[in-house]
Each structure stands twice: as structure tokens, then as C-alpha cells.
Write a protein that binds this ligand. Sequence first.
Ligand SMILES: *[C@@H]1O[C@H](CO)[C@@H](O)[C@H](O)[C@H]1NC(C)=O
Ligand SMILES: *[C@@H]1O[C@H](CO)[C@@H](O)[C@H](O)[C@H]1NC(C)=O
Ligand SMILES: *[C@@H]1O[C@H](CO)[C@@H](O)[C@H](O)[C@H]1NC(C)=O
Ligand SMILES: *[C@@H]1O[C@H](CO)[C@@H](O)[C@H](O)[C@H]1NC(C)=O
Ligand SMILES: *[C@@H]1O[C@H](CO)[C@@H](O)[C@H](O)[C@H]1NC(C)=O
Ligand SMILES: *[C@@H]1O[C@H](CO)[C@@H](O)[C@H](O)[C@H]1NC(C)=O
Ligand SMILES: *[C@@H]1O[C@H](CO)[C@@H](O)[C@H](O)[C@H]1NC(C)=O
Ligand SMILES: *[C@@H]1O[C@H](CO)[C@@H](O)[C@H](O)[C@H]1NC(C)=O
Length: 460
Amino acid sequence: MAATSLLRLCAAAALALLLLVGAAPLTEAYDPLDPTGNITIKWDITQWTADGYVAVVSINNYQKYRHIQAPGWHLGWAWTKKEVIWGMMGAQTIEQGDCSQFKGNIPHCCRRDPTTVDLLPGAPNGMQVGNCCKGGVLNSWVQDPVNAVASFQITVGRSGTTNRTVKAPKNFTLKAPGPGYTCGAAQKVKPPTKFISLDGRRTTQAHVTWDVICTYSQFVAQRGPACCVALSSFYNETIVDCPKCSCGCQNNITNPGSCVEVNSPYLASVVNGPGKGSSTPLVRCSPHMCPIKVHWHVKANYRDYWRVKITISNWNYRMNYSQWNLVVQHPNFDNVTTIFSFNYKALNPYGVINDTAMLWGLKYYNDLLMVAGPDGNVQSELLFRKDPSTFTFEKGWGFPRRIYFNGESCVMPQPDLYPWLPSSSPRLTKTAFLALAIVACATVAFLYNHLVLDKYCGKS
Ligand SMILES: *[C@@H]1O[C@H](CO)[C@@H](O)[C@H](O)[C@H]1NC(C)=O
Ligand SMILES: *[C@@H]1O[C@H](CO)[C@@H](O)[C@H](O)[C@H]1NC(C)=O
Ligand SMILES: *[C@@H]1O[C@H](CO)[C@@H](O)[C@H](O)[C@H]1NC(C)=O
Ligand SMILES: *[C@@H]1O[C@H](CO)[C@@H](O)[C@H](O)[C@H]1NC(C)=O
Ligand SMILES: *[C@@H]1O[C@H](CO)[C@@H](O)[C@H](O)[C@H]1NC(C)=O
Ligand SMILES: *[C@@H]1O[C@H](CO)[C@@H](O)[C@H](O)[C@H]1NC(C)=O
Ligand SMILES: *[C@@H]1O[C@H](CO)[C@@H](O)[C@H](O)[C@H]1NC(C)=O
Ligand SMILES: *[C@@H]1O[C@H](CO)[C@@H](O)[C@H](O)[C@H]1NC(C)=O
């Protein structure tokens, strides 16, 4: 008994330490809420050919909540010998390169450092393989494991035709499509991958399997914050908005046109202009300048429960966020009781304490966060069961410790600005007294009405 509570204490201390470390900007490829998150590229040689091999390459997104959205992944590498790509299915290289020395059969790509992209949905049947052709979109592991993997087939020549003579490609790069991922060297995997036939009655195995592990870092992505948090509560009328300049500063002089006013006459032309659908956001002008704002409102306090309303609003005129997700850390998530209109999964990164939740939209209902405007928001309410020994609204306990949107951490207000709890023994002011009197009168009138109605009209 004592041992387990000691263990819990240690885990809590370790977590607190991690949170302190995590509070600094993420500077390395390590995410405390998804410590083993990575994208693993598997290169399985399934067949030897006259001058090389056929391989199935798969990109597996083992990140719990980070996904790759349109326009999708770009995978590159450098050949170590004189390899060429004779053909590909389910993907293509973006450049053929110089194949002038070939006569007759022309390779698909002769570059020393090919870059491949996924085919678009609806590619011709003869060009498809399983798990291909999703336009480079990779969903997150928790949200949609079936669509968290992409595969293509590649026929390589001049590579050597035995497991002793082939060499793994080097310098893998994974772009999403911008920077952010860093890939390690290819490692030979023993035993090699086994493939199970569709009917599950036969397995085949790769001749050689190489794994490449890629990890994400917001620092490598050279991306500033793209999301901020506003806080409010029923017990204090102050709404603490996103910190000023969370994602950039509004400055007409040095940076004109960096944002659009809501009622600007040019809005429609800018929104449907050349940058439509681009990954560079065009935000609505605001002091925070973030494309995404998350509002956490402590809505109600009941005897055994308390209730929070979460609103995610899109301030970006250029993007519909499909398959969005939110990761929220709050100590009461181990007793969350009901989550309305969002999907939920406990992330539980450290086994003992599950204070971290992943939330995402319901399919066809609110899994698409529409562009800035009247439809540009999604909402949910959460109901938490109170633990009498730890529950309090003091010191901002009701507010989240951290929030990620699509895997990027959101800028939180300074803790000393959080809405305060009114002092524990509030003196009745004149207005409060008046309000109380009105409520009391209304209650009496209501009860009276019901009693009279029940008596004279109830049982007819
Ligand atoms: C990559 O993710 C897989 C699946 O979660 C995990 O088994 C593996 O240990 C991870 N690799 C690294 C280097 O983190
Ligand atoms: C190549 O394959 C043979 C037979 O499967 C195996 O015995 C040998 O260890 C392999 N060599 C290497 C370098 O993997
Ligand atoms: C891989 O990258 C390193 C450093 O950028 C470079 O020195 C090396 O030549 C590259 N290897 C290949 C095969 O291109
Ligand atoms: C930028 O321009 C808008 C309207 O054109 C104005 O409301 C705002 O105050 C200006 N901001 C600065 C920093 O000048
Ligand atoms: C967002 O989605 C709506 C409805 O599907 C579509 O009309 C609009 O063009 C999309 N906007 C962008 C920027 O992709
Ligand atoms: C906390 O985690 C455990 C095991 O990981 C899980 O069974 C439990 O449902 C989680 N609690 C909540 C409230 O999600
Ligand atoms: C969650 O509920 C259980 C059982 O009521 C309680 O032991 C635990 O302390 C609660 N945790 C929190 C953080 O409220
Ligand atoms: C509400 O919170 C703010 C801090 O954000 C504080 O300045 C103010 O006094 C609080 N109001 C009440 C009624 O406690």
C-alpha cells in the first residue's frame, strides 16, 4: 500500500518536473505527451529482379495526435550506389532527372536524390497499391489507425540483387510538406516483415527489411505558435483573452496585409484569391493574430460534478481544418464523466497518471473545422466528477495546464491573469441583495402557480 502511494508520488514529481521542462519552448525532438511518437518508414524488399529489386515502402504514422494534412508528405532520400527507379506504383517522383544515357526502356527517375509524393485519390487502377493514393494525407494513430499508413511499390535497378550487395538509401527526408521531421539512418530489421494474405491463410516475408525512424520537432519546423487559449469562468466576469501577439503582432506599417478585418470590403476577393487553400494562414485581424483560438470556459459547479465548455474557433480564412484534434492536460481528466459531441481518448503517457486527453470531432458532424466566419467553430462540453479531497476552483485549478491543437502547443495566458475566485466570504452588495430578492420572489410565485395548478387542474 505504502509502496504504491510512494510510486504515485514519485510519478507525480517526475511529471511536474517534465511539465517544468516542457514549459520552455520545445527545442528538441521530444514530446512529453507522446514520448515514443514517430513516423517509421519501412523499406521491404519483396522480390529480386535481373538488375535490382522490387520493394514495398510504407510510411507509418505512429504519432498519437500529429497528422500530415493536405498538400501531403514528400519523401526523399539519396542513393548510395548507381541506382535508378524503373517504375513506381502508388506514388511518383516529382522529377525524372537526367535519363539521357538510357535507350529503349526509360526509367521513371534517374536522380541521385529522388523525392516522391503520393498519388491523388482516384488514380488509375493500374497505378494503385494498398494504402496508396490519399494525396499524401496521413491521419494520426489514435484518430484513425487505418489511414495512418501510406504505401507504395518501387522497382529499383542497378542496385545489386542479393542481400549482401544491396545498400540502403541514405539521408532520408520527410517533409509535411514543410520542415519539422528529422530522420535517422536506415537500420536492418531482424526478423524481416511478414505479410499476411488477404484471407489470412498464408504469410510471406520480405527478403530484406530496413526501418527509418523520423521524429518531429516544432523547433525544426521553425514555426511559431499557431494557436492560443482564452479562459473564463462562471465565478468571475473577466474573460482572459489570448495573450497579445501570441502568434504575431498586428502591424500595418511593417507588415501591411498580414491580416484581414472582418468587415473589410476586400474580404471575399482575398479569401478566394490566389492563396486559397494554401498552408500559409491568412488570419482575421486580432490582438493575438492566431489562426486557431481555444476558449476554455468553466461553466457550472454542481454538488458532485463540474462542467466546462470548450470552443475551438478558426480565425484562418484559408483553411478548413479536416481531422483536427486537441490534446488537453488537466488533473481531473482521470474522472471525466461525459464528453458531449467530441470523441475522446485518454492518452496516459506515463501509465500511472491519466491527466491528458485527446479530443477530436465526430465524423460528418464536426470533424471539419470550417474557415473563419460564422461556421468557423466547433464546441463541446465536458463533465468532470469531483474528488472532494482535491477539488477546488482556487488558484486557477479549473483551467487546463496545457493545450495542443493538431500537435502544436497553444499559447496560454499568464497564470497571474487567470480569472480569480471571489473571496470565500463575499459581502452582499446592494445589487446582489436585490438579485437574491428577485430570485426568491420568482421562486415563491413559481411554486404557488404549480400548487394551484396541481390542485385545480391536475387530476382532470
Ligand atoms: C516508434 O514508434 C513505435 C510505435 O509506437 C515504437 O514501437 C518505437 O519504439 C518508436 N521508436 C522510437 C525510436 O521511438
Ligand atoms: C542473406 O540471406 C541469407 C539467407 O537468407 C542469410 O543467411 C544471410 O545472413 C543474409 N545476409 C545478410 C548480410 O543479411
Ligand atoms: C548525406 O548528407 C551528408 C550531409 O549533408 C552528405 O555529406 C552526404 O554526402 C550525403 N550522402 C549522400 C549519399 O548523398
Ligand atoms: C491597423 O489598421 C486597422 C484598420 O485599418 C486599425 O484598426 C488598427 O488600429 C491598425 N493597427 C495599428 C497597429 O496601426
Ligand atoms: C472549405 O470547405 C467548404 C465546404 O466544403 C468549401 O466551399 C470551401 O471552398 C473550403 N475552403 C477552403 C479554403 O478550402
Ligand atoms: C485512465 O487510464 C486507464 C488505463 O490506462 C483507463 O482504463 C481509464 O479508463 C482512464 N480513465 C479515464 C477517465 O479515461
Ligand atoms: C477520481 O475518482 C476517484 C474515485 O472517486 C478518486 O479516488 C480520485 O482521487 C479522483 N481523482 C481526481 C483527480 O479527482
Ligand atoms: C476576476 O479576475 C480578475 C483577474 O483576472 C480580477 O482582477 C478581478 O478582481 C476578479 N473579479 C472578482 C469579482 O473577483
